[in-house]
Design a protein. Structure first.
Ligand SMILES: Cc1cc2nc3c(=O)[nH]c(=O)nc-3n(C[C@H](O)[C@H](O)[C@H](O)COP(=O)(O)OP(=O)(O)OC[C@H]3O[C@@H](n4cnc5c(N)ncnc54)[C@H](O)[C@@H]3O)c2cc1C
Lengths: 350, 386
């Protein structure tokens, strides 16, 4: 494995992304031909194993470093199931199941699906929107079992996949299951798969916002109108300041949630951190994308320009593993049940 | 990547969380003893003074300051915890808040030894209220347009002119004020202003209250008619006050007061909707809490930067802009949500009375201490745009 220390991990990953998913080059590649080589490099360098403990074949990264790596992937607008395969591998390990190689995709049913497993290991149900669903070599599903949540490894052959397309023109498929799992176990530590997955997407969004900010500022400093660079117009400065603030908030929220999972916090604290991250990053994605496009003018509206790789991906990632509304509702329910002092304790404990 | 606005996930150490419990117990005791009512906005001076003395007895005013002036040299994070607990409980800190947050640290950094030795212990004892004399009728965001004058005389200075919007001047013991000592230069329009410590009991000072939109009298006009100041009261460099401003602003801008001023509105709302299972209310509430939590995490992160001796000017402006915009919008957001509640499930009249106060006061939040537009200008500078 080429990876050993934290900074080197991120630096290595960024090099791989730069080599195989250069923003401009990828924007020209409408057919997505870059993806095969990118995926191969990602796998060869052990990036998909980043969430595993070393004992389960991991590469020695802590969980917060793994989320840092996903933020780096977000900075390059990566559209291969890196986060998803990481998460699925993590869930297998956390449930004490054998590791599985290849492109793994997690099935997290809530809020757009339901999966059950019976005592004989038969899994039935449906997940409405699974990113990259058709590409799975195996699914790792979080199912309702007779005695609580169960992690089940599913062969795609027992699944029916209806293909769809995401906002970012990526695969977003419906997966229905009816068949016996390859293996399964009580979820154990993997019950937090929904929180892990939401935090992963939050970090990807935050990363994409970092690049949106960079390229928008760079563009404003270079683009001229009315005989000066547009960065000199106060209206443009204030738009970019807001973009910077949204980006900062997204990164802060996503990093804080990653840190919370890495510390092993649970219960209301985990709900607060993860819900806040997914909600805040989703809201930031919306505002930041709008500003980045506004600052770029028509050029940003073209397929040729790489901006859409960032904006459409971040907007699409809002949909995965619970939307803002889903997480806000869960958090709001908890808060409204408790009153102001309970809210303040929850916030200030963090 | 070229731009780094990194807010590390600082967690408050255990000793801070222990202190928090102590502050909570103290506040509960003060409320139980009737020293203050968290649902009342205006307290008589005696109540403010009594509360300040009790906080001082705990050693929580100027707690991070040097021991030689009576401080405890406790960490900036501990001060942060005390401050946010006071805010969340809506404790009446007016008697010492400004001095504790910014005037004291300014004196420590720039004042003469005799002033430090005399005034800092007064603040720490809860005996010195400060006000901020920056704005004038024709000088707000553009502080460098200030005209109130300080003229050098034998043994000191004479002040003439007026300050306006001076919060708390009616019961302040001191002002740190900005006065013109020379004309600006062609090269530097910021040149020529000097900071002074003004004893508010000096002869020639007149404080005229200005009634606010809320019906309260929080700010004032302060007139100076040939007010004498001894030389010791000079703060920092003559004509060079502009150099002293930036670090002070990082403290002023990033604190929890930037998103907790309307926490009383949140309190009233949560009491009214407690136990609601209306998904529209809970979803809306969840979004507000997601923002609040994120800002607090950013603010704690800035506190960590300050503790580490950095000067996070851009980060502080970001926290203040996000915080005040959210804080200002809170009464409006809550209004949208509460109207979904069945009107006989809570005390509508009491709720309205409480909320109306916050709606009336909310517009100040994005003006005082630097407007939204000024803050975005600072952030834009941090991004390299100006
Ligand atoms: C409740 C309250 C308490 C206060 N307490 C104090 C106090 O204790 N001591 C004190 O000294 N002051 C105090 N102030 C005054 C406060 O600091 C000023 O109101 C503030 O700095 C703005 O100045 P201004 O009101 O003169 O508005 P102006 O500066 O005239 O601004 C008016 C509008 O123009 C905009 N604007 C101005 N310059 C620019 C620019 N360069 N680019 C874009 N837009 C711009 C502003 O953002 C604002 O929207 C207080 C104000 C309030 C509301």
């Amino acid at each position: 494995m080429a990876l050993d220390s934290d900074d080197i991990h991120i630096a290595t990953a960024e090099r791989i992304f730069a080599d195989h998913a250069d923003l401009q080059a990828v924007a020209h590649d409408r057919a997505g031909n870059y993806k095969a080589a990118l995926w191969q490099a990602v796998v060869d360098n052990g990036l998909t194993l980043a969430m595993l403990p070393e004992a389960s074949g991991g590469v020695g990264l802590s969980l917060d470093q793994a989320f840092d790596l996903l933020r780096a992937a977000g900075r390059w607008g990566i559209s291969v199931p890196l986060a998803d395969t990481m998460l699925a591998g993590w869930a297998l390990a956390a449930a004490g199941l054998e590791p599985r190689e290849g492109k793994l995709l997690p099935l997290v049913p809530a809020p757009r699906g339901k999966l059950s497993i019976d005592a004989a290991g038969r899994v039935t149900g449906r997940c409405a929107e699974v990113a990259f669903g058709r590409e799975a070599e195996a699914f790792v599903a979080l199912c309702d079992g007779p005695d609580g949540p169960v992690i089940a490894l599913l062969d795609p052959s027992i699944c029916q996949i209806v293909e769809g397309t995401s906002l970012a023109f990526e695969p977003l498929d419906a997966v229905s299951v009816d068949g016996v799992a390859v293996s399964s176990a009580p979820a154990g530590g993997a019950v937090t798969l929904p929180e892990m997955a939401a935090t992963a997407r939050a970090n990807q969004i935050a990363g994409a916002l970092e690049t949106m900010l960079d390229i928008s500022v760079a563009y404003a400093i270079e683009r001229k109108a009315f005989e000066r660079t547009i960065s000199k117009f106060q209206a443009v400065q204030h738009l970019l300041a807001l973009l910077g603030e949204e980006c900062a908030a997204a990164v802060a929220a996503a990093v804080s949630a990653g840190d919370t999972l890495a510390r092993g916090d649970s219960g209301p604290a985990l709900l607060l951190e993860v819900a806040a991250a997914k909600v805040r990053c989703g809201e930031a994605a919306e505002q930041a994308s709008a500003i980045a496009h506004q600052v770029h003018g028509a050029i940003g509206f073209t397929a040729e320009h790489p901006l859409h790789r960032l904006t459409l991906n971040t907007l699409a990632w809002r949909e995965d593993y619970g939307t803002e509304a889903h997480w806000a509702l869960a958090l709001g329910k908890h808060v409204s049940a408790g009153g102001a002092d309970a809210l303040w304790s929850l916030l200030s404990d963090r | 990547m070229s731009i780094s606005l990194r807010f590390d996930p600082v967690r408050l150490p255990d000793y801070c969380q222990d202190l928090r419990q102590e502050v909570r117990a103290f506040i509960a005791e003060q409320v139980a003893q009737g020293v203050f009512d968290p649902n009342v906005e205006e307290h008589p001076f005696e109540a403010l003074d009594g509360f300040a003395k009790a906080v001082a007895a705990k050693g929580w005013i100027g707690m991070a300051w040097p021991r030689e002036y009576g401080g405890q040299e406790r960490s900036f994070l501990e001060r942060y915890v005390v401050n946010e607990e006071m805010l969340a409980a809506r404790a009446p800190t007016r008697r010492y808040f400004v001095a504790d947050r910014q005037s004291g640290p300014t004196l420590i950094r720039y004042a003469s030894e005799p002033i430090k030795a005399r005034v800092l212990p007064q603040i720490i004892a809860g005996n010195a209220t400060f006000c901020i004399g920056m704005s004038e009728p024709n000088s707000g965001s553009d502080l460098f347009a200030a005209q109130a004058k300080a003229t050098k005389v034998d043994g000191g200075w004479r002040l003439n002119g007026a300050k306006i919007w001076t919060s708390g001047a009616q019961f302040a013991d001191y002002m740190i004020g900005l006065f013109r000592t020379s004309a600006p230069t062609k090269e530097n329009r910021r040149h020529g202003l000097t900071s002074f410590l003004v004893d508010m009991r000096s002869e020639g000072i007149q404080v005229n209250p200005i009634r606010q939109i809320t019906g309260m009298y929080e700010f004032n006009e302060v007139q100076f008619d040939n007010v004498f100041l001894p030389d010791d009261n000079l703060i920092g460099e003559i004509d060079g006050a502009w150099k002293q401003a930036t670090s002070e602003l990082a403290y002023e801008r990033s604190g929890p007061e930037r998103f907790l001023e309307t926490f009383g509105a949140m309190r009233a709302f949560l009491a009214a909707v407690q136990g609601s299972d209306d998904p529209r209310i809970n979803e809306g509430l969840g979004r507000l809490i997601a923002q609040l939590h994120t800002m607090r995490r950013m603010s704690v992160s800035v506190a960590g930067m300050l503790e580490a001796g950095r000067e996070p000017v851009t980060e502080s402006a970001i926290v203040k802009d996000l915080g005040t915009v959210w804080d200002k919008a809170l009464p409006k957001e809550l209004r949208g949500l509460i109207s979904l509640m069945d009107y006989d499930s809570y005390d509508v009249a009491a709720y309205r009375e409480r909320m109306d106060y916050f709606t009336r006061m909310s517009t100040k939040l994005t003006i005082q201490g630097g407007t939204t537009e000024i803050l975005r200008g600072i952030v834009a500078r941090g991004l390299g745009l100006r």
